[in-house]
Design a protein. Structure first.
Length: 302
């Protein structure tokens, strides 16, 4: 839907901006044999991997998949198991597609920029094509090539060879970047086409279904907020003797030291029985204890 496209566009723009800032402030090729490749690949791959993991972590569907549990009363059959596997695969593909937006954008932008690729592979270029340093050993040639990303370290007689090598590597990097973009665009387009072909819904029915799911989630979130607030309000009223925001409060309850200690500390989800949990220490106290003790009457006059 439009929301997904807008979200993906925002993620891509933020990734491009972050990549430019990241390159400007942190990237500095070591220009040393054996270190260039590791350094360049680290800047190419590690941020992309981190963005991929963050993409998975920020997707609610990931946690629905991880935390979803099959009901005990559901009878497992081969058809149910096959349907479950298909659903899991479909959701995984959807999650992965969303999670790949940022890392693919990072890789494409860094390849089009070319600096990381040039740093990583400069020492492996067959420089003899350019007539540079023909009478040196292979190790010395690699050492010279490793300095090419750093123009200030290149001897004057190798300036032309260095410029030609940098142009070659930038060409390779930018072509790889545009090919990556083309492959991703074609893959996304074909995926949407295949999904539409195999969908049991017509175009307008699919739009209605998308709208329904969106509205259902919004309403569910609103109901969750209100329900949890009302439920928590019962426990707060029992502990303090009134509800925040109440008018004409006649009296308040003074909790004892033991009760303060009972609701203080680290709170964990606590299982009460097979169907219910205590969500907090106050919740646990309110269900177990009787609200007796000291009450203080409030004078209504200011």
């Amino acid at each position: 839907g439009k929301e997904v496209i807008t979200a993906n566009a925002i993620i891509a723009i933020l990734t491009i901006g972050g990549q430019q800032l990241f390159s400007f402030f942190t990237f500095s090729c070591p220009c040393h044999v054996g270190q260039n490749l590791i350094y360049g690949l680290a800047f190419l791959g590690v941020p992309a991997l981190i963005l991929l993991i963050v993409g998975y972590a920020l997707n609610n569907q990931t946690w629905r998949l991880v935390m979803g549990k099959r009901p005990h009363f559901e009878r497992v059959t081969s058809s149910n198991r096959l349907l479950k596997c298909k659903l899991v695969c479909l959701v995984l593909c959807s999650i992965t597609g969303r999670a790949l937006v940022a890392p693919v954008t990072w890789l494409a932008v860094t390849l089009i920029n070319g600096s990381y690729y040039i740093c990583a592979v400069s020492e492996y270029v067959p420089v003899y094509y350019y007539g540079a340093a023909p009478n040196v050993t292979a190790s010395e040639r690699s050492r010279i090539l490793a300095t090419f990303p750093c123009s200030q370290l290149v001897p004057p007689e190798l300036t032309r060879a260095r410029d030609e090598v940098i142009l070659l590597l930038r060409y390779q990097s930018q072509v790889a970047g545009w090919l990556l973009i083309a492959v991703v665009v074609i893959t996304v387009f074909l995926s949407y086409c295949l999904a539409g072909c195999f969908s049991p819904l017509s175009f307008l029915h699919f739009r209605y279904w998308s709208s329904y799911v969106h509205n259902e989630q919004e309403l569910f979130d609103e109901a969750t907020e209100q329900h949890s607030r009302l439920y928590a309000m019962q426990h707060v009223r029992k502990f303090f003797g009134f509800v925040p925001g109440s008018e004409n409060v006649k009296e308040i309850r003074i909790p004892s030291l033991r009760e303060w200690q009972a609701i203080s500390g680290l709170a964990f989800l606590k299982r009460v029985d097979e169907e219910h949990y205590d969500y907090s220490l106050l919740h646990d106290w309110a269900l177990k204890e009787r609200a007796s003790g000291k009450y203080l009457r409030i004078d209504e006059d200011p």
